[in-house]
Design a protein around this ligand. Structure first.
Ligand code: AMP
Ligand code: TRP
Length: 327
């Protein structure tokens, strides 16, 4: 049986990078797997969060899963904080991970860089992420490039635990698509597209209005060559726009390159904006319908119940293996 566990942190507004690297993959892959798509709200609080914002964002991420096409009948959709096994196995995984391993995580280095008060949870975060994945015996974890290191660490921890305490956890594989696994900033193709960038024109949000999307994409940096060609080494900005175009239009890059052969960037950027808008419009419509509905509450309650059943079983197995009394 093939099983997926993955999630998007409710720590900021969702942008098209998260759509490309994560959400779009969830929708595409869900039929071949048994799925657990969660909202890692316990991960969000590793950096300070305004309680009201956390509340709304957590609901929003869950609503985006449904709005983009994750089928709640097929997939369990739930909030991490509603399945207490995550926090409990997270602690047990902290006893298995080494300080040195956590020190090597690039996300921690990036997020703590230059800050003087960093929570210890930001440092131990990968142990909780390992627990998230291992609780469901996930075989596959679809993520963007930036999460690869965390999934690799999860694999090491699962193997270490199994060797020490007996076969307990499935060792998961990351699924990182070739294209769109690292969407770059629109103002600087050397930086990942991220909601933490102070320049609002550097990203497109899933809830951006059509005119905002047109404006942001028309301002995206390109290069002076004036040829629409995929060459990430020498033409990183244009290649990034081509990846976005391909993800949103569901056309191969080669087809898009051919369409704009011998042309500059004007028409290409205009059509790119329309491709993004036409994919986002139905998602935004669905989102508005579900965000304040009773149905979303029902989906999340049902998801947490289904998730708890699986997670509690694995937690019990892990506790027994480690020698805890479990009567
Ligand atoms: P986050 O919003 O940081 O929780 O990220 C949610 C998911 O989206 C993770 O799987 C990330 O790897 C992925 N992701 C975030 N930003 C990008 C990006 N710029 N390009 C591709 N994938 C991304
Ligand atoms: N760490 C992921 C991120 O920052 C979010 C996350 C938490 C996650 N637990 C996970 C993703 C388990 C996949 C599987 O984007």
């Amino acid at each position: 049986m093939k099983r997926i566990l993955s999630g998007i942190k409710p720590s900021g507004d969702l942008n098209i990078g998260g759509y490309s690297g994560a959400l779009q993959q969830y929708v595409a892959m869900q039929h071949e797997y048994e799925n657990f798509f969660f909202v890692p709200d316990l991960h969000a609080v590793t950096v300070p969060q305004d309680p009201l914002e956390l509340y709304h964002r957590s609901k929003e991420i869950a609503a985006f899963y449904v709005a983009a096409g994750v089928d709640p009948a097929k997939s369990a959709i739930f909030l991490q904080s509603q399945v207490s096994a995550h926090a409990e196995l997270g602690w047990l995984m902290e006893t298995q991970v080494h300080f040195g391993e956590l020190s090597r995580m690039t996300q921690f280095k990036d997020k703590s860089d230059g800050k003087d008060a960093v929570s210890s949870a930001l440092f131990t975060y990968p142990a909780l992420m390992a627990a998230d994945i291992l609780l469901y015996q996930a075989t596959h974890v679809p993520v963007g490039e930036d999460q690869k290191q965390h999934v690799e660490l999860t694999r090491d921890l699962a193997t270490r635990f199994n060797n020490r305490f007996g076969e307990t956890f499935t060792v998961p594989e990351p699924i990182i698509q070739d294209l769109g696994c690292r969407i770059m900033s629109l103002d600087d193709p050397s930086k990942k597209m991220s909601k933490s960038n102070p320049n609002k024109n550097s990203y497109v949000l899933l809830l951006d209005e059509p005119d905002t999307i047109r404006k942001k994409l028309s301002r995206a940096v390109t290069d002076s060559e004036m040829s629409v060609r995929y060459d990430p080494e020498n033409k990183p900005a244009v290649s990034n726009l081509l990846e976005i175009y391909s993800i949103f239009s569901e056309e191969p890059i080669s087809v898009i390159e051919k369409r704009y052969e011998g042309q500059g960037y004007g028409g290409f950027k205009k059509d790119l904006a329309e491709a993004v808008i036409s994919k986002l419009e139905p998602i935004q419509r669905n989102f508005r319908e579900i965000i304040d509905s009773e149905e979303l509450v029902r989906i999340l309650k049902d998801g947490a119940e289904r998730a708890s059943a699986v997670a509690n079983e694995t937690l019990l197995k892990a506790k027994k293996a480690m020698g805890f009394l479990t009567f």
